[in-house]
Design a protein around this ligand. Sequence first.
Ligand code: HEM
Length: 512
Amino acid sequence: REAGLPPGPPTIPLLGNLHMFPTEFVHYKFTEWARKYGGIYSLKMGPGTAVVLTDMAAVKELMDKRSGSTVDRPPMHVADLVAGGLNMVFASFLRHVQRSIARVPGACALQFVFYHNGFYTHIRRYSNSVILSVLYGKRAPRYETPETTAFFNAQHEWELVVKRGATPPVDLIPILKYVPPRWAKWKRDCAKTRKLQRDLYFGLLDETKERLRRGEENGSYMEEVLTREEEFGMDREMTGYLGGVLIEGGSDTTSTFLQSLILAMVAYPEAQRKAQEEMDRVVGEHRMPTLEDLEEMPYIRAMVLETHRFRPVAPLLIPHSTLNAEEVGVSYCVTKTYPLSRLSFKYKGFIIPQGATIFVNAWGIFHDPELYDDPESFIPDRYLLTENGMKPGVDGRNLRPTLPFGVGRRICPGIHLAQNSININAMNLVWAFNFTTELDGEGNPVKLDTFDYQKRAPRPFKCKVTPRSTEKAELIEREFLEAADTFSKVEFGISPEDKAFVAESRVRRTDG
Ligand code: HEM
């Protein structure tokens, strides 16, 4: 480790800390190291450097205030192979694409009707459907809807190619880029993923274009991007990937949050009971909640914040990297191509080299026992006691409540859509259903493991989902049937199987 870098675990020659880099649940290890080496520590990744921030003040200063310099992403050759450098999540800052995204509209959940089992996949379908409706004006009525299946297939392949160890360390040893595909399975896997993604993204784009040509707009986001492509300085490739990246960003994130919320409500029935009490007081039995009710619901708001803290969807956000060389008090206006490698960030006496990868350890902050009482438990009440949920007396002014959505200029562009979707669903779920543990063969409740996660999401778990009353079940169905007109606007071009499913779902099933 070069002199001046933040401290960190001992290194070995050539590899640095690479040999000890965890293959999964990286945030646990990063947090363990944070407790040992401090809120700012470094890891040597071969010749490169990574800096891990588990300190609120450092996150605010380096990632929010000096976002212009920490806005970049570390190189990811696999993402370039799959999306030709146009997956903006992993690409350097694409300003014009970002500008067009800044307008992703807020939308709320239209439908959340499930009666018995299958809630886990239902939630995944729901969040994919919301994003497909917003972007392309085409909803996904079933988990088996062709676009939804195609998306989850492509996503599965994508996750395999980016999995640690699936590819040689091509970002560290760039010469590996030139290995011909016949000797590199990982390259063939990338090509397969690329095809799956392109078939879906450009298929949806072409359908939207065709609809526009026929004058059958339905107000979707991509219609607007297509009409204003020139103004945004975008071409077909960029537009196609813009849509694709938004489907990726918007699908499994919202659903993961909702799955964690349900898991927490089952594991902590007392929190569920308090949320239901508040719901019954504010909304009652005879109507469904609306977003306007949230103002009157401090406990539900606290429960949403606590879910973000307890199980953040992105425990390490998405890694950033430093773009400009800069020293405290002196900003050098440099671009990536201009070599100023001797200049680096200096923060609290530590050097953060140009091009370093920066991880924001949101998990480590949210689970710090110095900041939160009993951080491993789900306790929404903590947000009623203090504004930021921290122990009384802890100065939490440096922590933005939106940290789970990222930092600086890279903050999640879907934040408003996501927050609306999360809030209305949290409210609907609490209003409508009881979530309880399943019983085992002997009638004892099956204990849930709230740490049993797979990548970001809880592993599929069993719980009983029962409507809280017959009246509520009937009301849900009535509202669903009344929303038929709204749904039909986003049912252009759905498959015959989806059409049949939709027709069947519009037949009243309850007696009300
Ligand atoms: C619970 C819901 C969500 C959470 C917690 C979440 C969280 C995040 C986080 C942590 C980042 C990385 C920010 C950073 O690098 O500092 C991010 C980026 C991103 N998110 Fe979200 N997100 C959610 C929903 C959505 C939705 C609904 C969309 C699409 C409409 C979306 C689209 C994106 C995109 C495109 C990026 C990449 C931005 C960039 O690299 O500049 N996300 N999100």
